[in-house]
Every structure is written in structure tokens, then in C-alpha cells.
Design a protein around this ligand. Structure first.
Ligand code: GDP
Ligand code: CO
Length: 394
């Protein structure tokens, strides 16, 4: 792959937030080329493969069509460990069983390393309880619904599997070639980064809308434009300089080094992606004290890379957009680094959209604690023994 070196960087405490980088060539050949010019870096297939061997790809899934999942699986490079965390219904039709069978059949042909687990498996709850990790449980003492919850479980399995990086790819993607590109970008970002604490986020070149009059190649999703605007304001209120640096606030497709991932606090459900940025700013921005001195010393890098493939995924309807919208803004609103003026703006915005009544604040979102202190071997041991939905194939 050949792509831009970061051209513009906002520095915020120990964080380097890089502006969007472009891809020039999806495949730049076998040899590791290093610098092509002062501005472009060439990452050879050998270097990419080496990183892919250390990477797990987590696919959170809830009731998506099987054809889409099969396509996504075919796009993931062979050397990555694939981890599917499913919250699909098990009745009246056992959708999870179908997903598991599809994965097993796929693996029989390609011989890939893969795991699948159901989010509501009581054996998984047991394993979490035994290692005293309780932030995924709901009021009824079972694991909550939610995409973030699925992602955390996936990260635990990636850590237990000894991986160094974890990437996330949604299961509702129509284009296997795009999935493949995301992983190549993850690996290239990791190759370019100068610290073990790295996050690589995908910026889609187009998010096409299909209608009767044809395909329209729009640049922005309806929610993401506003999420990015508020994330940028969050930064601007501290630096005193307006910025447009953040372009990937809602990007479900992203990759984190486990060294960084295990330090972060996460926000429940669909607010997970924007809150990752908020929490990176909270922890490493130097505004409030942190216990992670090593990361402060080495620095944290956030990269945003624009794809060549357009992003085609399942359209989920207005209710879902509303949930994403209020979750995204709520996670910014309740941050301890959110400026009071920005809070006012968020409230006004939500009110003008009839998503908040007078005198009300956005809901406080459930937080998920860092998983760095979990006894991961004990967790894996109990999971292997008790989780009946768990399946792995090599
Ligand atoms: P969007 O693309 O961000 O608008 O959101 P989607 O509805 O496509 O969800 C992103 C991914 O998360 C999809 O693959 C969903 O199937 C999956 N997902 C949604 N809710 C849950 C959940 O509760 N648990 C798990 N494990 N996955 C979920
Ligand atoms: Co989607």
C-alpha cells in the first residue's frame, strides 16, 4: 500500500491527532519500499502480512443477513484472527447457529483461525464474574445488549489469543473488497506509527445513497458530520483555535493497539466510537491527571485514513440514527473536559431537533472500565470450560 505520511497534526497533550491521509495504491508490491517521496510512504506486502499475523479482527453482529457476513469473512486477510461476537436472536430461529455454521463451513475450506461467541452466553458471564470484571452487566445481572459490549468481549478474546492489535469491522458491509482494504489500512497505519499506543480510523471516501434516480456518492453520513463538528469543538475550546481535524467520529471501522485499547474507558452501545476519541483526550490530553505515565511518555497517535472503496452498508432507518445521534452527543456532553459553552450548544441542538425537552439533559451513558487488570488466562480458562456457544476453528 502507498499512502500519505501525516501532513497535518493537531497536538493535544501527549496525543498526535493526524489529519486525513490518502491511499494512492492499494497494493504496492512485495518489497518493503520505505519512503517513496518526502510525503508518501510505501508499505510492502511482507510488512503488512507481519502485522496481520499479530492482529485480530472483531466483527460485532446482531441479526445481519448471512450473505453479508459471508462476504465480510471473505474480505479479511487469512493471517488475521477472526473473532465474531454475536448478539443475534436465538429464537424462534436460532440465528446464532446459522452464523456459527456459516463460519465453520467457510473455515473448512480456507483453514483460517477463527472464533465465535454469543454475547449472552451464561458461561461468558461466569468468566467475567470470576475475574471481577463487572461493567458489562445490566440491571438484571446478564450482559447488556450493545455494540460496545460486543467489542469489549472481542478485545478480551484478542488479548487472550496473544494478539497485539485489534481491528473492528461491521458485519453489514456489502463489499468484501472494502473490508480487505480496511485491514490493509489498519496494518499500514500500525506500520507508520511511532508509538505502541496507536489508533487507526477509517474515513470513507464515499457513503453512497441508492435511490430511484441512481446512486449518489455522498461524502458524509448524516450523524457523522455533526459528531465530528462537536468533537472538533471539544478540542477548539481548549486550544483556542478552531479545527477541522476530526473526520472519523462515528467510524465503526477502526483498529487499536491492545496496549492502548486496554487503557481506555468505553461508552456503551453506539456511542462507543466517538467516546473513544473523547476518552483519549481525557486520558492523554494533559488536562486532567492520568495514571498512565508510560503512554504519556511514549505518546498516543490517532490516524485517519481515507479509503479508495466506497462504503456500502445496510441502511438501518431513522430510529437507529436518532440513537446514534443522541449517544454521540451525550458522550461528548458528559465528558469532564466538555466546556460549559459547548454543553449549552449541545443542549440547544438536541432541543431544536425535538430530542430533548426543556430542562432535560442528555442521558448519562453507561461506562465500561479499562480491561488492563483482568487476569486474562483465568478468563479464557473459564470461558473454554463453560461457554457452550463458543466455537473455534484452526
Ligand atoms: P452503523 O453502521 O454504525 O449505523 O450501525 P449498525 O447497525 O450497522 O451496527 C454496527 C455493527 O454492530 C453491525 O455489524 C451490527 O450487526 C452490530 N451490532 C449492533 N448491535 C449489536 C449488539 O448488541 N451486539 C453485537 N455483538 N453487535 C451489534
Ligand atoms: Co452499518
Amino acid at each position: 500500500m502507498q499512502l500519505d505520511l501525516p501532513r497535518y497534526t493537531e497536538r493535544f497533550g501527549a496525543i498526535s491527532l493526524h489529519g486525513v491521509q490518502r491511499v494512492y495504491e492499494l497494493d504496492s508490491g512485495f518489497n518493503n519500499g520505505g519512503l517513496t517521496s518526502e510525503f508518501i510512504r510505501r508499505i510492502g506486502n511482507e510488512e503488512i502480512s507481519e502485522i496481520e499475523r499479530k492482529m485480530a479482527i472483531v466483527i460485532p453482529i446482531k441479526g445481519e443477513r448471512l450473505k453479508l457476513l459471508e462476504g465480510v469473512l471473505s474480505g479479511i486477510p487469512h493471517d488475521c484472527l477472526t473473532i465474531i461476537i454475536s448478539n443475534s436472536p436465538r429464537q424462534p430461529v436460532d440465528r446464532y447457529k446459522l452464523e456459527k455454521e456459516a463460519l465453520e463451513q467457510f473455515n473448512r475450506f480456507v483453514g483460517r483461525n477463527a472464533l465465535i461467541l454469543h454475547q449472552k452466553d451464561p458461561g461468558l458471564s461466569d468468566a467475567l464474574r470470576q475475574v471481577n470484571y463487572n461493567s458489562l452487566f445490566g440491571p438484571d445481572d446478564t450482559i447488556r445488549n450493545g455494540k460496545a459490549e460486543g467489542m469489549i468481549i472481542g478485545m478480551l478474546l484478542a488479548k487472550a489469543g496473544g494478539k497485539e492489535h485489534v481491528g473492528f469491522i461491521d458485519a453489514d458491509n456489502y463489499v468484501p473488497g472494502a473490508v480487505n482494504e480496511y485491514v490493509k489500512i489498519f496494518a499500514s497505519g500500525i506500520a507508520m506509527s511511532n508509538t505502541p499506543y496507536t489508533m487507526v480510523r477509517i474515513s470513507w471516501i464515499y457513503k453512497p445513497k441508492v435511490s430511484e434516480s441512481g446512486v449518489y456518492f455522498s461524502k458524509w453520513g448524516r450523524v457523522s458530520e455533526i459528531t465530528n463538528q462537536y468533537l472538533n469543538s471539544l478540542i477548539s475550546y481548549y486550544t483556542g483555535f478552531e479545527t477541522e481535524i476530526m473526520r472519523t467520529g462515528n467510524s465503526g471501522e477502526h483498529c487499536i493497539s491492545l496496549k492502548l485499547a486496554e487503557l481506555l474507558t468505553y461508552s456503551s452501545g453506539f456511542s462507543v466510537e466517538p467516546y473513544e476519541i473523547v476518552n483519549v483526550l481525557e486520558e492523554f490530553g494533559g488536562i486532567v491527571p492520568t495514571e498512565y505515565q508510560e503512554a504519556m511518555d511514549k505518546g498516543v497517535e490517532v490516524m485517519q485514513v481515507e479509503t479508495r472503496n466506497p462504503h456500502f452498508h445496510e441502511e438501518k432507518g431513522d430510529e437507529h440514527l436518532k440513537e446514534m445521534f443522541s449517544g454521540s452527543l451525550g458522550s461528548i456532553y458528559h465528558s469532564k473536559i466538555c466546556h460549559p459553552k459547548l454543553r449549552e450548544k449541545i443542549i440547544e441542538d438536541l432541543r431544536s431537533r425535538d430530542m430533548l425537552v426543556e430542562g432535560q439533559e442528555p442521558d448519562i451513558l453507561q461506562k465500561i472500565s479499562p480491561f488492563k487488570d483482568i487476569d486474562i488466562h483465568q478468563f479464557a480458562k473459564i470461558l473454554y470450560e463453560r461457554a457452550t456457544s463458543f466455537a473455534h476453528s484452526i
